[in-house]
Design a protein around this ligand. Structure first.
Ligand SMILES: Nc1nc2c(c(=O)[nH]1)N[C@H]1C(S)=C(S)[C@@H](COP(=O)(O)OP(=O)(O)OC[C@H]3O[C@@H](n4cnc5c(=O)[nH]c(N)nc54)[C@H](O)[C@@H]3O)O[C@H]1N2
Ligand SMILES: Nc1nc2c(c(=O)[nH]1)N[C@H]1C(S)=C(S)[C@@H](COP(=O)(O)OP(=O)(O)OC[C@H]3O[C@@H](n4cnc5c(=O)[nH]c(N)nc54)[C@H](O)[C@@H]3O)O[C@H]1N2
Ligand code: SF4
Ligand SMILES: [Mo]
Length: 703
């Protein structure tokens, strides 16, 4: 045992929230209980069921605790335990062979959502000289992140923690529901709750009456997929009524007159039939946001997973800018990271992706290169299609780190074919035998947050948290240690100069003069915030100003001012009468995780499709009925739930379900799969995002 105390203060990584928690140990040093840390300035004592389930997860009997090598045919469930050396030797041998012929781009690294491994995954595959770094980023967070880069030069973060002691007076919560399910993008629901309480005006834009909507001064119940139209109308009101921040616009923005001309065509009356939000309600919300300072935007996946994801992101950024809310106390800020810790946040340090290691000419070999000018890395749907079709070429090996794409991506059928029939060598790093892992050649057991030391510096840059290894279970290893070892075997020492992860963590802390143990004792380091940095530094965009008209988009031949795109199968109304929204996050589960954890599964025993009671009445669906959701691409079975917060023709199906208790290799993943309900025809032309929140379906009783 490293820590002899019976209670250890650490930080949770059950999601992106990074709550500070207290872990209670038994006499042998095993964690038995996790609670929130009431002294935490990031989470104020908050904890959710996923965080509490930490000990249950690490001790679960199905946990993979040793590397496994396939011994029978793929998916046969025949495995033998192998040593880490054997596993890493095999990976190094195969990756090296493919690197020589046909070339490094034939090896891909596919990761899931942002997790501690993200510090090394992109860096690894780029240092290996393959451009094929595959992630769900095109659908998640990165449309907002990349549009921020073009418009402002940095990612504006809501200043809910108020280092200056100023809380936002106006909040625009648009397509984000972390208040209900725990945390998203480094924002804990406890801080959102506090901010809602403190704000004078709370504007919620969501197709569903969420908890936040119930507390809002303005609830805009939007038709899914139409945020860009709504935001254009809000801009129209603010520009035509002259309630923008004239000084900020004059001094710090480019293209205001073009913007003013552009938004003339989009008054609230134009947006009303598109968004279903009455024009006067749009007008009032726009006025409230413009007059109430400072104002914050809490945005989310509701904006990302649509065909205008990128343009909606741009419109929201323009709103933040012209209302004078950039980098002011209580506004949308660029945090100053704590001094003394080397940066590892992609928002601060682009080098984290290791792009500098990709030699000239290799980027062009990325699958899907050029297809979507602002897609982050290799476009995930294009990657899986290439594995099946061989176009533009067929990748030979893939390392899937912390992802379960059969359940979380689209065209699960194609991914299954790729893993089973097309890829020559696949490695999966995970905690459990997921349907995706079942099809691998090699499985690597990953360390959980209770099993890793860390300097936590990802989504938030206003503070750095300590995470402490409390136990070691079997032979599980931190993904970064695995990447380091493999990188060294492949000669990638320039990109990975650290002997092991401990050396890496010490290197991060080196400028502070602290050793890890000392830092871990402190638990948290706070940055010293300065606001209005643009007054001396400008904005890191090509013009040095906020680009209302984006020069980068113009150069790439994309609309430099936001334009709205109608969800593409809107005309299929007859056959598919309902709007299908999928994958709104829920409290018990992090995507496909947690289905085997009794305390979590009890909270949500089966996959839900939620419909308005009126629709349920009309169709004679009772609570708990089995109902099939049918789209042009597939059908899936869910359990009916009535939710009067929805609009009568909007249906919500939960994503990422599988049933660990059902037999492998499928574990029932095809039964209730949103991953089988979408094709690969419709993408946001800028970011490649998929319309997972705004498709269409019909419903049928299911036997
Ligand atoms: N229809 C629909 N689909 C969606 C969405 C939606 O809204 N609608 N949302 C999308 C979004 S926002 C995202 S980000 C993606 C997420 O998609 P994925 O990242 O594929 O989702 P996860 O279920 O989180 O997959 C994570 C797997 O990693 C394992 N794991 C957890 N932590 C670690 C770790 O530290 N190391 C390793 N090696 N393994 C770990 C888990 O056990 C799990 O099996 O899903 C997307 N899918
Ligand atoms: N418990 C739990 N926490 C999680 C996750 C999880 O799986 N479980 N996943 C993590 C990840 S990877 C992410 S990206 C974040 C995502 O967290 P959020 O960004 O909050 O995303 P979602 O829950 O997908 O959707 C948020 C809200 O958008 C609304 N919405 C749907 N369509 C639209 C639309 O077209 N327009 C607007 N304005 N709203 C719409 C939904 O009704 C929902 O209330 O959460 C993270 N935290
Ligand atoms: S919200 Fe996320 S970080 Fe916080 S306790 Fe729950 S799982 Fe852990
Ligand atoms: Mo995500």
């Amino acid at each position: 045992m490293k820590f002899k105390d019976s209670i250890v203060r650490t930080s949770c990584r059950g999601c992106h929230g990074v709550c500070q928690v207290l872990v209670f140990l038994d006499d042998e040093g095993n964690p038995v209980k996790v609670t929130g840390d009431p002294e935490s300035p990031t989470s104020f004592g908050y904890i959710c069921p996923k965080g509490m389930a930490g000990p249950e997860i690490i001790h679960h009997p199905d946990r993979i605790v040793t590397p496994l090598r396939r011994t029978g045919p793929r998916g046969s469930g025949q495995w033998k335990a192998v040593s880490w050396d054997e596993a890493l030797d095999e990976m190094a041998e195969v990756f090296d062979r493919i690197r020589t012929t046909p070339g490094p781009e034939y090896v891909a690294l596919c990761q899931g959502t942002g997790r501690p491994y993200t510090e090394f995954t992109g860096r690894f595959i780029h240092a290996f000289r393959s451009p094929n770094f595959v992630s769900p980023g095109h659908n998640c967070f990165l449309p907002r992140n990349i549009s921020s880069g073009l418009t402002v030069g940095w990612l504006p973060q809501p200043d809910l923690h108020g280092p200056a002691g100023t809380m936002p007076a106006a909040l625009l919560v648009i397509g984000n529901n972390a208040l209900e399910f725990g945390a998203a993008d480094g924002l804990c629901s406890s801080s959102i709750r506090k901010a809602i309480r403190a704000a004078q005006e709370v504007i919620v834009v969501d197709p569903r009456r969420t908890q936040a909507a119930k507390q809002a001064s303005h609830f805009l119940q939007i038709r899914p997929g139409t945020d860009c139209a709504l935001l254009l109308a809000m801009l129209n009101v603010i520009v035509t009524e002259g309630t923008y921040d004239q000084e900020f616009v004059a001094q710090c923005c480019t293209g205001f007159s073009e913007l003013a001309e552009h938004v003339k065509a989009f008054p609230p009356e134009w947006a009303e039939p598109i968004t279903r939000v009455p024009a006067d309600i749009i007008r009032e919300a726009a006025r409230a946001f413009a007059r109430t300072k400072p104002g914050c935007v809490i945005w989310g996946n509701g904006m990302d997973l649509n065909l205008s994801a990128f343009q909606a992101g741009r419109a929201a950024l323009i709103l933040m800018a012209i209302t004078g809310n950039l980098d002011v106390p209580g506004g949308m800020v660029r945090y100053v990271p704590p001094a003394g810790v080397r940066s590892k946040s992609p928002q601060v340090d682009k080098a984290i992706l290791g792009m500098q290691f990709l030699p000239p000419g290799q980027k062009e070999k990325m699958i899907g290169a050029g297809r979507f000018p602002f897609a982050p890395g290799c476009h995930q749907p294009s990657f899986w299609d290439a594995c099946v079709t061989g176009k533009p070429y067929r990748p030979q090996a893939a390392w899937l780190v912390g992802t379960n794409p059969l359940t979380t991506a689209t065209r699960g059928d194609a991914i299954e074919a790729a893993l089973r029939d097309h890829l020559e060598f696949t490695v999966v790093s995970d905690f459990f035998m997921t349907p995706t892992a079942e099809l691998a050649d090699l499985i690597l057991p990953a360390a959980h947050w209770l099993e890793q030391d860390d300097v936590v510096y990802f989504h938030k840059v206003w503070c750095v948290l300590a995470r402490k290894q409390i136990v070691q279970t079997g032979q599980v290893r931190d993904d970064r240690d695995v990447i380091l070892e493999l990188a060294h075997r492949l000669g990638l020492n320039d990109a990975f100069p650290w002997h092991d992860r401990n050396a890496y963590l010490e290197w991060l802390l080196e400028p502070s003069g602290m050793k890890f143990e000392e830092f871990a004792e402190k638990g948290i380091l706070l940055g010293e915030m300065r606001y209005r940095k643009h007054e001396t530094e400008g904005f890191p965009t090509p013009s040095g100003k906020v680009e209302l008209v984006s020069s980068v988009m113009e150069k790439m031949g994309r609309p430099p001012l936001p334009v709205y795109t109608e969800p593409s199968i809107s005309d299929a109304v007859k056959e598919y009468p309902y709007i299908l929204m999928t994958g709104n996050k829920i409290m018990p589960f992090f995507h496909s995780e947690g289905r085997q954890i009794p305390s979590l599964r009890r909270l949500r025993p089966g996959p839900r499709v939620s419909v308005h009671p009126e629709l349920a009445e009309a169709r004679k669906f009772a609570e708990g009925d089995a109902v099939s959701v049918i789209t042009p691409w597939g059908r899936s079975k869910f359990i009916l739930h009535r939710d009067d917060g929805l609009q009568p023709d909007v249906v919500h199906a939960e994503h990422a379900w599988w049933f660990p208790e059902k037999p492998g290799p499928e574990h029932g993943w095809k039964e209730s799969a949103t991953s089988l309900l979408f094709g690969h025809e419709d993408f946001d032309p800028d970011s490649g995002a998929e319309p997972l929140k705004s498709s269409r379906c019909r419903l049928e009783p299911s036997g």
